[in-house]
Write a protein that binds this ligand. Sequence first.
Ligand SMILES: [Zn+2]
Length: 413
Amino acid sequence: MNMDTPDCRFCGTTLTHTFADLGRTPLANSYVALDTELSEDPTYPLHARVCGECLLVQVEDVVPAEDIFSDYAYFSSYAQSWVEHARKYADMAIERFGLGSGSSVIEVASNDGYLLQHFANQNIPVLGIEPAANVAEAAEARGVPTRTAFFGAALAQSLRDEGIHADLLAGNNVLAHVPDLNDFVSGLAILLAEDGVLTMEFPHLLRLIEDVQFDTIYHEHYSYFSLLVVERVFARHGLKLFDVEELPTHGGSLRIFAGRADGPDRRESTGLQAVRAAERTARLDRVETYTGFQPRVEAVREGLRAFLEQAARDGKQVAAYGAAAKGNTLLNFCGITADQISFVADVSPHKQNHLLPGSRIPVMAPEHLKTARPDHVLILPWNLKTEITTDHAYVRAWGGTFVIAVPELTVLP
Ligand SMILES: [Zn+2]
């Protein structure tokens, strides 16, 4: 591998096709202290490519996973809606796969035990695997036994050697974050019981493409999956999909169900056939679909810039809401600074009194909206636009409007 033309992390083919070239940007989650002495933040190329052979969309892992995930600041249990999502999943899985006190449920990237607690509460034996030590400690504290480790074939084999296997093996929003995809998926196959079920959730590349969600591309997201590609990756490691559900999370996700190819015969669901067909209709099986994405990304940039230029001419103040990682990709790709967006409101005390990386826009508590009374509020996490416009409806009292930039600049009614 050389720096100019990296190789596909799944099939090894040299990557010559661009999907989205977003220039150089800082790490999306590297919020900057107010008293920073750096005049600008370190940047890394953010260039998503598609493999011409297997069609996996991917960015290079320019930053090692150990640097990003070993002391992770994200605790899943802080997001109430996500905990509820996990509870429903547990109820579904226990019922559908007949899990009980003799079963073994293992989650890869188990975070603070937000999911496994729902199985443990029903006396189903669980094991979490989580690389971030501080997060794993929180899981142990709520009664979820957790190994602090990165998951891969070697760890899976050592668990097997201890007599551990998974009747249900879960992984939510981890597949995108895995630098060595083949090692990871082969580990799943090793750890899965002969008649066990594997489920994984990940953002659906079809939604990213159709809704121009290019702002969900950042350095920590190494891979972007279609069903087509995930079936191909899993098949290579002896795993076979038998069902898929479409979920609204993260702008549109897939939850796949798989078993071992040499395991019990399972009938393919109609859902699986339907998503395959939708991807064929959207021509996700053709490289041209991917290489035609960049102009649509640039159109979003033009739309946002034109809106901000008009606001400046009209003497209007623009603020933003939600210091989400996707906002940083958008703002930095568009070259937006605090000259155009005066501040971003966010509920997280860990982000307040910091600057957004790159754009250096200050993060303030949401109460600051009431003092500053901006004319426009750009919602960066567009997937939460309904909650945000409802919770902050008072903005409309002084004539303020809510705006989103993706998939195109829209003033919300
Ligand atoms: Zn490939």
